[in-house]
Design a protein around this ligand. Structure first.
Ligand code: G6P
Length: 614
């Protein structure tokens, strides 16, 4: 989703800003722009619909001088993707330029008021009201820029992370946030602003995360100055971030997504490092140790998440209920936040998020907290908003995920949920020693078994060629495999734009079976587990209607192989860890079908990696 980067310092700003925009590309966007205060004092704005490379082409040969600037990748909310609607937006007088993430909910009222005062708006965005209002406020009395911003931001309702240039103060960069993340990088005589750490990485490892309703003023030679809307000075601890945080390359793979699929065995090893001790036969999460009383006292777990993370939550629910014998529910964060849920102090809410920035998940956390629940975060992005908003939690430690379609984050989340369920179950004595030991041994073998699964890549690549014709797909699974079917269907939809539905296999006969004919590919998860015989009947039902069955089976299976059109074999594991292995061929299938169809796998249309608006 939208990305912000800004710079002030001794270096040329433009190369740093365009590099920052490239690093933000993974979030998903439809247009990009840059504003620079040139060496001659002029304000130069460049905006283009499309990619950052289109923006760079449009700037070729133009004046890109200047040591201060702001830049943005936009993901359209108000107004179509276009150069006019792209940020930065400039006020009517030409004094202020702004980039903004988030949504100004009362923009229509503000816009109408300003139009009545003669302001002419150029774009259809909500953002433009911020900069026009700044112009109006500044015209009323001679205030400094921070005071102008305090007045503007006190009037707006909604979410914002902004970076602002003021031509009357070309030696100062301004930034502010509310409900949308913003980091300030502090270098030696220079400052960086960014909506996530990636544009800052490599320039400085010193970072301050602004809190809600705070405004930062950056002036080279001075230390960072932060005040809130009430003009109270805010002091911040400077955080040192790991040097490689936010930097990622494709390492020879054609796409980030493929690289991330192949990274999964080593990512899961990292995820389990120091937590799963095979020799000592223990699983330990530090958050469980530190908050044991609170977690063991939980009468219910409520998992809130969106998208792929929600699918991981469905698997986590089954693990928690089966090992810990505590009721667990899973809610879409976007529904939970508006549902007047029954939540109280005996509940533990688990918020799952790869990015740690999903607006709906953050709002669900705030609601649960206001009702007294204890909040446990499961996130990937270190230092992001959700880990900072939760009482405790566990990082999944799978490294930056750049492909918009989530892969390694999903398996990392499932792994952390397994460890969480096991650790709590052991403490509560709801798991027997044999099962606990078996689970630990199995968890430790998953990375190696995943490597075996990854060997199916070439076969899946050939298989994918046969399915580029398909307009629809059905994915079926039962028990632990049902959320994996949902996730497999989501992967295909996201990157190949083929309509795909995930369904609990037995539910198929209550509707979707009507769709089955010789054209319909059906991916069915039929590994050896408690419901194997039942799934076998479901395969028969599809074949009886001439559906084309692609079955994921356990190594050596001959029964399903005899009926299905194609089988992909994977090693056996315990039922609850099966999702970790089954999801890999489904990721590869979606990837190769999308590649065959010539789609932009890492940056699918309309999608955003980090969904910072509701
Ligand atoms: C977006 C992404 C998905 C992700 C979902 C939730 O839709 O494209 O891949 O699953 O947001 O994001 P989160 O960062 O909270 O896991």
């Amino acid at each position: 989703m939208c990305g912000i980067t800004g710079y002030i310092g001794y270096r040329e700003a433009c190369p740093i800003l365009t590099e920052g925009l490239r690093r933000l590309e993974y979030r998903g966007y439809d247009s990009a722009g840059i504003a620079l205060i040139a060496d001659n004092g002029g304000l130069n704005i460049y905006k283009e619909k499309g990619r950052v490379s289109d923006l760079e082409n449009s700037m070729a040969g133009k004046d890109t001088s200047g040591h201060i600037g702001i830049a943005h990748t936009r993901w359209a909310t108000h107004g179509e993707p276009s150069a006019v609607n792209a940020h930065p937006h400039v006020s009517s007088s030409g004094r202020f330029a702004i980039v903004h993430n988030g949504i100004i909910e009362n923009y229509a009222v503000i816009r109408k008021n300003l139009e009545q005062k003669g302001y002419v708006f150029r774009s259809s965005t909500d953002t433009e009201v911020l900069v026009q209002l700044a112009d109006y406020v500044a015209s009323l009395q001679d205030s400094d820029t921070v005071t102008v911003l305090q007045k503007v931001l006190s009037e707006v309702v909604g979410a914002y992370a902004i970076a602002l240039l003021d031509r009357e103060h070309p030696d100062r960069l301004y930034a502010a946030r509310k409900s949308s993340p913003l980091a300030v990088g502090i270098g030696d005589g220079e400052f960086f602003v960014a909506s996530d750490i990636s544009p800052i990485a490599g320039y400085t490892d010193k970072v301050v995360y602004l809190d809600d309703e705070e405004i930062a003023e950056m002036h080279c030679g001075d230390s960072l100055h932060v005040v809130n809307l009430a003009n109270v000075e805010c002091r911040h601890e400077i955080i040192t971030v790991p040097e490689n945080l936010g930097k990622a390359g494709k390492d020879g793979f054609d796409h980030f997504m493929l690289k991330e699929i192949f990274e999964q065995p080593s990512c899961l090893t990292d995820c389990m490092r120091g937590r799963v001790d095979v020799a000592g036969k223990t699983v330990t999460l530090s958050a469980v140790r530190e908050h044991k009383d609170r977690l063991l006292a939980a009468e219910r777990f409520i998992i809130v998440a969106c998208g792929t993370s929600w699918h991981a939550g469905l698997i986590g629910k089954q693990m928690i209920e089966s090992f810990c014998r505590i009721p667990a529910e899973v809610a879409y964060a976007s529904e939970f936040r508006y549902s007047n849920p029954v939540v109280g102090s005996s509940d533990v809410v688990i918020a799952i998020s790869q990015s740690g920035e999903t607006a709906d998940t953050l709002a669900a956390i705030e609601l649960a907290r206001s009702k007294g629940a204890f909040i446990y975060g499961i996130c990937n992005a270190v230092g992001s908003s959700i880990p900072r908003a939760t009482d405790t939690g566990s990082y999944i430690h799978v490294g930056p995920e750049i492909g918009v379609a989530s892969t390694k984050a999903f398996t990392g989340q499932v792994t952390v949920l397994a460890m969480l369920a096991l650790d709590i179950a052991k403490e509560k004595n709801t798991i027997d020693d044999r099962t606990y030991a078996e689970m630990i041994e199995e968890l430790a073998t998953i990375p190696e078994k995943m490597r075996v699964v990854l060997r199916t890549n070439d076969r899946i690549a050939s298989l994918a060629k046969m399915f580029t014709y398909a307009k629809n797909f059905i994915y079926l699974g039962r028990g632990y495999s049902y959320p994996v079917a949902l996730e497999g269907a989501l992967k295909l939809k996201e990157i190949s734009y083929i309509h795909a539905e995930g369904y609990p296999a037995a539910e198929m006969k209550h509707g979707p079976i009507a769709l089955i004919d010789e054209e319909m590919p059906v991916v069915i998860i039929a590994t050896h587990n408690a419901l194997y015989e039942k799934i076998l009947s479901n395969v028969q039902e599809i074949k009886a209607r001439k559906g084309r069955v692609i079955a994921i089976v356990s190594e050596g299976d001959s029964t399903v192989s005899a009926i299905a059109d194609t089988v992909i074999e994977i090693p056996e594991t315990v039922e609850c860890l099966d999702p970790l292995l089954v999801s890999v061929p489904l990721q590869l299938l979606a990837y190769h079908i999308a590649v065959c169809k010539g789609k932009d796998v890492d940056r699918p249309r309309n999608l955003a990696k980090s969904v910072t608006v509701e």
